[in-house]
Ligand binder design. Structure first.
Ligand code: HEM
Length: 127
């Protein structure tokens, strides 16, 4: 069974000598990695003992960065711990994007049909 990491354990590993980070409900041991982090060590240290998900996602880390995570996994964070798991919704949901596309295609039909209607109105009722 996968290990469950408590809030106390997460807090206990919040220095450069032993550092855990919480991302998407999973806890990773980044002690070895932190010196190689392209973003520097202080940005990760600033997230020690907290949910680093938002900070990690805000940077827009690449797939290569995400591929580094699995070998560092310690376990899952206790769900009802003292810390709330961050909201991981991404801005601009897919629903609002498809709405915008739909509105665009409606307009694509509306404009030529209005012009056609105007032409026939002019043709039959006009001069
Ligand atoms: C612990 C897991 C993490 C891993 C494996 C990781 C890995 C990486 C990698 C590989 C890059 C190079 C660019 C890319 O491939 O996306 C990067 C850049 C960066 N990371 Fe992380 N990172 C982690 C956590 C964090 C956290 C918690 C922060 C907090 C803000 C952070 C901030 C940054 C920043 C600011 C850059 C950009 C550096 C630059 O382009 O100058 N990273 N990270």
């Amino acid at each position: 069974m996968a290990k469950v990491v408590t809030y106390e354990e997460l807090k206990a590993h919040s220095t450069k000598d032993s550092l855990y980070v919480l991302l998407h409900g999973e806890v990773y041991d980044v002690t070895q990695f932190i010196d190689e982090h392209p973003g520097g060590d202080d940005v990760i240290l600033a997230e020690a003992g907290k949910d680093a998900t938002q900070a990690f996602e805000d940077v827009g880390h690449s797939d290569e960065a995400r591929d580094l995570l699995p070998p560092l996994l310690v376990g899952s964070f206790e769900k009802d711990g003292a810390l709330q798991i961050g909201d991981t919704k991404t801005p601009g949901s897919s629903a609002s994007v498809s709405n915008a596309v739909e509105q665009g295609s409606n307009l694509m039909y509306f404009v030529p049909l209005t012009l056609l209607g105007a032409y026939f109105a002019w043709r039959f009722y006009g001069a």
